[in-house]
Ligand binder design. Structure first.
Ligand SMILES: Cc1cc2nc3c(=O)[nH]c(=O)nc-3n(C[C@H](O)[C@H](O)[C@H](O)COP(=O)(O)O)c2cc1C
Length: 221
């Protein structure tokens, strides 16, 4: 595509506004996630872009799947030895972004990531399909891989060790993170680029004790 063609790519956003928001951001998040999940224009409504910062200050982003909202924390699962796992180990501040373009909506979150309990990771791992469990053993996520064949050989070896129907243990290097939000921003696209934005921020006196009081501000688009 030419530069002019790319520059001309734009859409006008709709009339649906966000004028009033509840005191609890998780109520609004739950409503928006439900709406996104039942909207045919949204694929994988629980997909979110996770950004991390490593010990050198390098920022990286990738998509992961939200697997729960528990005690007001956002939960996802991954390989603890991956690039993101190593980054979180040295700097637990992360951001999460839900890009629900088909509904002209976005939710952006900042927060602190921490590993979930072993039992929570075990429980979720046990609920995964057998092939996914075996895939977790096969993958040394983010490490260099010489060939596709090497990956498939590792998958077959794990499948022989734990045949379908047998109990597949969770690898200790794989598990969940919970992200405790420090801010949650809701964005709703509007006409003439006059979008609606509301940001919830944890009250400063509550932050240290993980409180649930939120200050709400409307932002210019
Ligand atoms: C739709 C989608 C969902 C994904 N979900 C996950 C996930 O839940 N956990 C995960 O570890 N990787 C997931 N991935 C792969 C990651 O985006 C990423 O490639 C991988 O985790 C390695 O990231 P890292 O090297 O930055 O650690 C997903 C990718 C896509 C496109």
């Amino acid at each position: 595509m030419s530069r002019a063609e790319i520059a001309a790519m734009r859409r006008s956003y709709g009339e649906v506004g966000l004028d009033e928001v509840p005191a609890d951001p998780f109520h609004l998040f739950g409503d928006w996630l439900n709406a996104a999940h039942s909207n045919p224009s949204i694929v994988e409504a629980n997909a979110m872009v996770l950004s991390t910062v490593d010990h050198l200050g390098e920022i990286t982003s990738r998509t992961v799947l939200l697997k729960g909202v528990t005690n007001n924390n956002f939960i996802f699962f991954t390989n603890y030895g991956s690039r993101k796992g190593q980054a979180i180990h040295s700097q637990p501040k992360v951001s999460l972004l839900f890009p629900w373009f088909g509904m002209e909506r976005q939710v952006s979150i900042t927060g602190i990531a921490d590993q979930v309990s072993e039992s929570e990771s075990d429980e979720y791992f046990a609920s995964r399909p057998w092939g996914h469990q075996i895939g977790t053993w096969a993958s040394r996520q983010t490490n260099p891989l010489a060939s596709r064949e090497e990956l498939e050989d590792r998958w077959k070896a794990a499948a022989e060790k734990w045949p379908e129907g047998s109990h597949v243990p969770r690898p200790s290097h794989w598990g969940g993170y919970c992200v405790q939000p420090t801010s949650i921003e809701f964005w709703q696209g509007r006409y003439s680029r006059l979008h609606d934005r509301f940001i919830y921020q944890r009250s400063s006196d509550q932050e240290a004790v993980g409180g649930t009081e939120w200050e709400i501000a409307r932002l210019y688009p």
